[in-house]
Every structure is written in C-alpha cells, then in structure tokens.
Ligand binder design. Structure first.
Ligand code: HEM
Length: 519
C-alpha cells in the first residue's frame, strides 16, 4: 500500500512538472491576460460554467477583450470585442487562425475531419468550400431553389397548418413550432441535396419524405452519442478502452448514415443515366439536385469528386444548415409572440406590399424591410452559433499585441459582441426598429462569422428564413399558449437552442381564406 502512495505521489509531481515544462514556454511570451491559477491537466476548464458565452463574457469584463485560458492542455484566446474580432478576421491574421481544432469526439462522425466545417485551412478545404459556394449555395442557385424547393415545402407546411386549424374547435390549432420548423428546414435541405420527394401527403402531423425521415432518425441517433463522447476530449482513457461502449454505437450509427447517403448517390446516378438515355444528354445543372451537380463534376475529375467527397459534403451541409436555420426561426417566432406589436407591424407590411391574393414569394422579400429587420434583430440577440465555431492558430501570431502560440484555440464571443452596450442602445431589448432606415449602419454584427471561414450558407439561410417567416405571418395569426410570456431561456451547446421548445396557437387569417383553400 505504501508503495502505491509513493508511486501516486511521484506520478503527480511528474505530471505537475511536465505540465509546467510544456506550458512554461508561454512564460517567455507575452500572453493575453487571464486567470493565473490553472489546474494541472484540466487547466481553467473548471472555471467555465454554462452557458459558455456568459461565463466567457464575465472573464472578458475582468481581464479585457482578449483573455488567455488553458483548456486542458491547449492554450485558448477568447475574443470579446467587435474591434478585436475585426482585427482577427482581416489580413494575415485571418489566415493564421483559419485552422480548426480537432476533437477526438467528432472524428468518427466527420469523415476524419475532412468536412468543410472541420478541415484545416488548405487545398482540400478550399476545394470543398469552392464547390459549396460556387455550385451549391451561390445566389443564383439559391434563387432557383427558392421556387423549386423552398416554396414547395413551405406550401405543404401551410396546407397542413390550415387543415389542423380547420379541424380544431375555435379554429386555432396548437402547433409544435420547434418540431415543424426543424422538419421544414431539414426537408428543404434534403430536397436540395437529393430531390427525393415525389409526393406530398395530407397528413396533418408530419410531412417529410421517407428519405428525409430516415436521415432525421439517423442524425438523432448520432448527436447524443457525440455529446457523450465529448468527455473523450479530456479523458483519452475512456476513449481507448471505450468504457461506455459509445465508440461502437457511434461507429454503427455513422456507418448507417454513410450507407444511407451512398444509397442516395446511387439513386441519383441511376436517375441521371435514365435521363441521358432518354434525352441523349445530361440535364442542365439548374434542374439537378446538389448530388446531381457533384456527379457531373465527378465525370471530369473523378479523383477529386469521389463518392466519399460527395457523402462528406452532403452530411456536412445537412448538419451545418438544418438546426442553425430552424433554431433562428424558432427564436424569431418566440420574440414576435412576446412582442405582438412587432408581429402586427410585420403583417401590415405584408398586407400592404403583397396582399391576400397570393402567397408571398422571393420577389417580395426586397419590399419587406421590416421583416428583414426582425430577422436581423433576432440574429443579433440569439446568434445560432454564439461562439462561432472554434478557430485554431496554425503559426505563432499576435492578437492585440499579445503573443498567441501556434495550436492555440481562438474563440470569438459573438453573443457578447452583439450585446455590447458600447455599441448597442438597450442591447438586451428586442427592437427591430433599430435597423430601420439604415439606423444601425456601421454597427458590427457577426452571426455568420467573418473572414475566410465565414458561413457559406448565409444566402440560403436568409432566403429560407425570409420566405418561411413571411408566409407564416401572411397566412396565420399567432398567439401564445396561456397568459404568460414565452420562456426565452437558452440551452447550452455549440448551437444556442431554446431551452423550452416553442409551441403556439395558429389561426388562418380572414384575408387569406380563399388562398388557403386552394394551396
Ligand atoms: C441562420 C442560419 C445560420 C447561421 C446563423 C450560421 C452561422 C455560422 C457560423 C457562425 C459559422 C462559423 C464561422 C466561423 O467559424 O468563423 C458557420 C459555418 C458554416 N456554415 Fe453556417 N450558419 C447558418 C446556416 C447555414 C446553412 C443553411 C448552411 C449550408 C447549407 C451552412 C453551412 C456552413 C458551413 C459549411 C460552415 C463551415 C465554414 C468553414 O469552416 O469554412 N450554414 N455558420
């Protein structure tokens, strides 16, 4: 027993020495200020409370806009001001911090980090990013998708809501908005990827294609397992010995996902072959799904656009685009329910500019500036990714005059920047009017990030949100369930979810009754 205590003590001392030896390199550098005492192995991790953005904002209030922390064995710098965020994402510094930290917990689900969101800055990332921005998410394709896909899925949703209301005594249906908005965003992206849907059911409760439903089930199996696996990032022993059996479950779920995507790719290949046989030539890109577009690229550069490349891109865009978009729409509806005057003002704007004779479409959006202000104000208050995605420095660099060693994580507190009282008057208040008539010009927001790793899905997200929210406000009156305000508590995580899923009452508007019977 004595020997055991002796060995434990020696191991502890060695660990502390090793820790100081490794981390001590920082002493010669001028690191940004931060809490002095860091535990061996864990570093400052115990200081971080949930939600992370609030905890980091507290540290910024104490130490300044650039705070140094040690998270496990990594250096991390937290950026907490608009000025510094702009500095980070301009010029050479933008390139220096354009890598992503790689956490073992996400390796399994991310094709070995070879997806746009996680790949390091370099040639493979550039190729994926170019395909996504030029061929899949460009303004031109978003325009095509607005009519082909988004409006079709949206009409199906409106039809179901109108039917549900008609079947409810009093005409106001109780709607699980969180679920509906998620399913709509997921269906839109699935259709954009693979165009699998060929029928629309009149089922009032759910309207996803068979493929969209299967993909949703698979993603729902993977997400909690990645959550449990997070602990691997700091305790590798759990990973090596697969203590909870998570590794095997995760591998099974990821295999299921990959097999499913390969099946979609094969189906799309078959569809394209049939078209070619029928027409003697390939279809135009405009009519193709995203998988179809990538299969055309595969013909000319088979070594680059492999089936694995396509699968990784499909899985990545579905993952990056669904919950960000649906959560932002859920927050918007929650804010409007708590601010009925803003809701009414948006409806009046729609009535004036579109009327009740047809559903609003993409051409109406530029004439609905107040709706745009509402979405922007929601993105300010509830940015879906409150800390963006973590960046990593590929070389030693300087931020705000401080040394930042290569390998440091750089975290940007967009949530805190959006609520900085030095920039925003009454920052905690929902006030879309602040953006009216260029009122917020020059004020800095970054809900989609900035610089090289900025979100490539902004166009698609803004278009989807404009159309969905516009049509929901045009067709229905919305009210809260019960007398109290909607609970605006946030859940924690990379994405800022609403802690209590949003439900609301929805009643068809009188001026839309003819249209609602026809769609
Ligand atoms: C309201 C909706 C959305 C919000 C608020 C949002 C926000 C963000 C943010 C903050 C980042 C990280 C930027 C950084 O690390 O500096 C990001 C990255 C990304 N987003 Fe979005 N996003 C949204 C919708 C979408 C959609 C619809 C897609 C595509 C279908 C998409 C695809 C991506 C991808 C691929 C990346 C990784 C970019 C890279 O690492 O190079 N996002 N997004």
């Amino acid at each position: 027993m004595e020997r055991f205590y002796y060995l434990a003590a020696v191991t502890f001392v060695l660990l502390v020495l090793l820790h100081h030896l490794l981390m001590g390199r920082g002493r010669r550098r001028r690191l940004p200020p931060g809490p002095r005492f860091a535990l061996p192995i864990l570093g400052h991790l115990p200081l971080l409370k949930k939600p992370l953005h609030a905890s980091l904002a507290d540290l910024a209030a104490r130490y300044g806009p650039a705070v140094h922390l040690r998270l496990g064995s990594r250096h991390a710098v937290v950026i907490g001001s608009a000025g510094l965020a702009k500095e980070c994402f301009s010029g050479d510094l933008d390139i220096a911090i354009a890598n992503r930290p790689h956490f073992p917990s996400v390796r399994e689900a991310s094709f070995d980090y070879s997806v746009i969101t996680l790949a390091n800055y370099g040639a493979p990332w550039r190729t994926m990013r170019r395909v996504a921005t030029v061929h899949l998410l460009s303004a031109h394709r978003v325009n095509i998708m607005s009519d082909n896909v988004i409006s079709r899925e949206l009409r199906a949703m409106v039809r179901r809501l109108a039917r549900a209301s008609a079947a409810t005594p009093g005409g106001a249906a109780r709607v699980e908005l969180k679920r509906r908005l998620f399913e709509l965003s997921h269906s839109v992206l699935m259709e954009i990827m693979a165009q699998t849907r060929n029928t629309y059911s009149d089922d009032a409760d759910e309207d996803m294609s068979k493929e969209a439903r299967e993909m949703k089930d698979i993603v729902e199996a993977i997400v909690p397992l990645v959550g449990v696996a997070n602990i691997w990032d700091y305790m590798p022993l759990l990973r090596w010995f697969d203590v909870y059996g998570v590794k095997k479950q995760l591998r099974d779920a990821v295999n299921r996902r990959n097999t499913f995507i390969y099946k979609m790719i094969d189906a799309e290949k078959e569809k394209l072959k049939q078209l070619e046989r029928k027409n003697g030539k390939d279809d135009s890109d405009e009519k193709k799904s995203m998988i179809g577009v990538m299969l055309s690229l595969q013909k000319t550069e088979p070594d680059v656009y492999t089936d694995t490349f396509i699968s990784a891109l499909v899985a990545n865009l579905l993952g990056a685009g669904t919950e960000t978009t649906s959560t932002t729409m859920e927050w918007t509806m929650a804010l409007l329910l708590n601010h009925p005057n803003a809701l009414k003002k948006a409806q009046e704007e729609i009535d004036l500019n579109v009327g009740g004779g047809r559903l609003l479409d993409k051409n109406d959006l530029p004439h609905l500036p107040y709706l745009h202000c509402i979405i922007t104000e929601t993105l300010r208050l509830y940015p879906a990714a409150p800390m963006l995605l973590p960046h990593e420095a590929s070389t030693d660099c300087k931020i705000h005059g401080y040394d930042v060693p290569a390998g440091s994580m750089v975290l940007v507190n967009a949530h805190a920047i959006h609520r900085d009282p030095a920039t925003w008057e009454d920052p905690e208040e929902f006030r879309p009017e602040r953006f009216e008539h260029g009122g917020a010009e020059g004020k800095f927001m970054m809900p989609f990030g900035m610089g090289r790793r900025k979100c490539p899905g902004e166009n698609l997200a803004m278009r989807t949100m404009g159309l969905v929210l516009g049509v929901l406000l045009q067709c229905f009156d919305w009210s809260r369930i019960g007398d109290g305000e909607v609970d605006m508590a946030t859940a924690t995580g990379t994405i800022m979810f609403k802690a209590v899923p949003l439900e609301a009452l929805c009643k068809p508007r009188a001026n839309m009754s003819t249209i609602l019977k026809k769609i």
